[in-house]
Design a protein around this ligand. Structure first.
Ligand code: ADP
Ligand code: ZN
Ligand code: ZN
Length: 721
């Protein structure tokens, strides 16, 4: 057998591919161009000088080496191999997640230097002549002061990219390499005793792996702890990685990091232009980037001089990728921390039960921030019993009175409802017909302003019928409330106060969220209505009332995580009230005022509620006290799903350590026209479960019935849908 190189290719197959090496060999971690079928593909060399696993005659040769040396260092190669194995991914998909798109193409590496936008001479004259309007004018003004990088422009001017393109085409601005001026560092506040203790604990672990939990309510000063630690890592010449769950959170945090640390902050997330993302990634790889902030996929950033990894809002489900390579960025951050020998700090006001269990087991060290440095009082929380109340579009008189009080004092109120659209159901009062998605068999949501019915499961759009399609009556009534309906009701009640709706519909554009909220910073009275997007980000000092309308869906869900999610959501949303000197108030409107979870949460807080939920999980032997893997299957033919699941079940080895639930229909048995079923595997310890999964996965791929279905395996699923 000849010596070959083993290559990970971006194909959804759980295997590697052997090729004959190029003359002169090639290093592990480099990219190569190889023939694959009739195509050419870029892959990453994961092993070199190994013996071929197939007969030599079938081997093809590497066409070209794309990198002189390894692009991915040993630590990343090792971590990626581990991650692909743990989450049962196709290795090539793991590498594809780790490499920015621009580096997955057969081209030389792009220039890593930051590109600055600057005025040309023509641009200077155009500005002097005042010949431009709107965003172009604003951009010329900004660049006249100093050249700026994309990150600075993101913060300075929304919609600058389109203006930059226009001005670049007409030669008024240009891009050149260079480093942007960073404002001199702002002084840090004196840390409180709890903050200082948390910083000392984590800093004491610099240079070795140790996980930490920083547990503190919103506004308790967690970000200040991150900043102090990142500053210490910087001073020691080390890189820091800060993960946040959503880009929406990024701009404010970037500004704070830049102003405080006085160094560039690289931002890495999937909405960046590909060139920018690749350049930021390369600067992290060269060690030039000292502070990297990013969302889920930034967990793959190379960190040759790593000092610290921080995962903010560690409980957030956005850290789990839900398709393809189903990794969990928080868990992967811990794996990297171990490999890099650095502390990993997980922060949250509502830690996940997994993390709390790790604290209880002594694996993670916890610090608590109990005091809110800037706030006078903790918010006062109160339940509104909705039973036997006259509701106005779902709003109780007590809630409306509280909103009236708040805006009357010149303050801001937030009305939270986790449902977009006008109403979740459109019902015929004459015959009981309701508008339903034929592909999901679930009610269609009415979006009144757009005059359309939308399926929130498959995004199918349908016209609003003028009359009942079943009996012809014209009496079609929206049932229930979404944010759009609450916005309308509140605007009618409070005609003199601006009502702002914040949900996926009103914030489609990347910067719209910041823009909408940014206008509120100066603190005039206003009412915000929105979904869980409102639970995070942007500090609104004049927001003193949070009214939570309807959390009842979460109280009786079949998903065993529903209680944990509900508690987290309530606490996160409530945390928006009273962040500044003014006292905050939280109202929770429910039909189930005596539900033990709500009662416990309000009386004793999140930590106590979480302890109760953990005890229930232990009793029921559910995660984190057991480990799960979920086989999901879907197909247009119901019979195909059943056949595959039966064969998959039969292919499981008899193993007393393994509990199997199913085959059974998925919680949503039909979605986008596909029938869905599943099989859940569970074990008390991880070892036996993982020992079964790899060979089972290979067996599943070879099942004859596999060709008629789509299937996937999810290790540590965070929901069962
Ligand atoms: P969190 O990240 O927990 O939500 P932050 O770190 O954003 O909390 O702090 C909330 C507010 O309190 C911010 O405005 C912050 O500047 C301020 N703050 C935090 N720590 C201190 C401190 N030690 N002294 C003064 N102000 C502080
Ligand atoms: Zn009807
Ligand atoms: Zn649908």
């Amino acid at each position: 057998m000849p010596a070959v190189v083993r290559v990970a290719l971006p194909v959804p197959l759980a295997r590697l591919f052997d090729y004959l090496p190029p003359a002169g060999g090639v290093a592990v971690g480099s990219r190569v161009l190889v023939p694959f079928g009739r195509k050419k593909m870029v892959g990453v060399v994961v092993a070199a000088g190994v013996e071929a696993s197939v007969a030599g005659t079938r081997l093809r040769s590497v066409l070209r080496t794309l990198d002189e040396g390894p692009l991915l260092d040993g630590e990343l190669m090792h971590t990626l191999a581990w991650a692909a194995d743990y989450w049962l991914a196709a290795p090539g998909e793991a590498y594809a997640n780790a490499l920015p798109l621009a580096l997955r193409e057969p081209r030389p590496l792009p220039e890593a230097a930051e590109l600055l936008y600057a005025l040309t001479a023509a641009g200077q004259s155009a500005r002097d002549a005042g010949s431009r309007r709107g965003a172009s004018r604003a951009l010329l003004d900004i660049l006249a002061a100093a050249p700026r990088d994309a990150g600075q422009l993101d913060l300075a001017l929304s919609g600058w990219r389109a203006a930059a393109r226009r001005l670049q085409e007409t030669g008024l601005i240009e891009r050149h390499a260079g480093a942007a001026d960073i404002a001199t560092a702002m002084p840090a506040p004196v840390l409180g005793a709890e903050q200082a203790a948390a910083v000392a604990a984590v800093a004491g672990a610099f240079g070795r792996f140790q996980p930490f939990l920083l547990d503190g309510v919103t506004g308790s000063g967690k970000t200040e702890v991150y900043l102090a630690l990142i500053a210490q890592a910087l001073a020691a010449g080390r890189q820091s990685l800060l993960l946040v769950p959503e880009i929406g959170l990024a701009p404010q945090t970037v500004r704070r990091l830049r102003e405080r640390l006085g160094v560039p902050v690289e931002v890495i997330h999937s909405n960046l232009a590909e060139g920018e993302r690749a350049r930021a990634w390369l600067r992290a790889r060269s060690g030039e980037a000292r502070v990297v902030l990013g969302t889920r996929s930034a967990v793959f950033t190379p960190l040759p001089q790593a000092g610290l990894i921080v995962v903010d809002e560690e409980h957030d489900g956005a850290y789990k990728q839900q398709e393809g390579f189903r990794y969990h960025a928080r868990d992967l951050a811990l794996v990297r921390g171990r490999a890099l020998g650095v502390p990993v700090l997980l922060g949250s006001a509502t830690p996940s039960l997994e993390t709390l269990a790790n604290v209880l087991a002594g694996r993670y060290q916890a610090s608590h921030l109990r005091a809110r440095p800037a706030a006078a009082h903790p918010p006062q929380v109160q339940i509104i019993d909705m039973r036997a109340q006259r509701l106005d579009h779902g709003l109780s008189p007590a809630l409306l009175a509280a909103v009236a009080d708040t805006v009357g004092r010149g303050e801001q109120a937030l009305v939270f409802k986790n449902r977009r659209g006008y109403a979740p159901v459109l019902l015929c009062h004459a015959c009981g017909w309701h508008a339903e998605c034929p592909r999901c068999e679930r009610p269609l949501t009415l979006h009144a302003r757009r005059r359309v019915l939308v399926c929130h499961h498959c995004d199918r759009h349908a016209a609003v019928p003028p009359a009942c399609p079943s009996c012809g009556a014209a009496d079609l009534k929206p049932q229930g409330q979404g944010t759009e309906r609450l916005e309308e009701a509140l605007a009618a009640h409070f005609p003199d106060v601006p009502v702002l709706r914040i949900d996926r519909e009103t914030t489609r554009r990347r910067d719209a969220f910041e823009q909408l909220l940014g206008g509120l910073g100066d603190g005039q009275p206003a009412i915000l209505v929105g979904t869980q997007m409102l639970a995070k980000g942007h500090d609104l000092p004049n927001l003193t009332l949070v009214a939570i309308v309807g959390v009842d869906e979460g109280l009786f869900s079949v998903d065993f995580r529903a209680g944990e999610r509900l508690a987290q959501l309530v606490v996160q949303v409530a945390g928006r009230a009273g962040r500044a000197r003014k006292p905050g108030r939280v109202l929770l409107q429910t039909h189930h005022p005596d539900h033990p979870l709500l009662r416990g949460l309000l009386a004793h807080g999140y930590a106590a509620a979480a302890r109760g939920l953990l005890a229930e999980r232990r009793q029921a032997m559910l995660p984190p006290y057991s480990h799960q893997a979920l086989l999901r299957v879907e197909a247009h033919q119901h019979a195909a799903v059943d056949a595959f699941l039966a064969e998959a079940h039969a292919a499981l080895p008899a193993n007393p350590a393994l509990r199997v639930a199913g085959p059974m229909p998925a919680p949503m048995p039909l979605r986008a026209g596909r029938h869905r079923g599943q099989l859940l595997l569970e074990a008390d310890v991880r070892g036996p479960l993982h020992a079964v999964l790899r060979p089972w996965q290979r067996a599943l791929a070879d099942l004859p019935s596999a060709r008629r279905v789509r299937w996937s395996l999810d290790v540590d699923p965070i929901d069962l849908y």
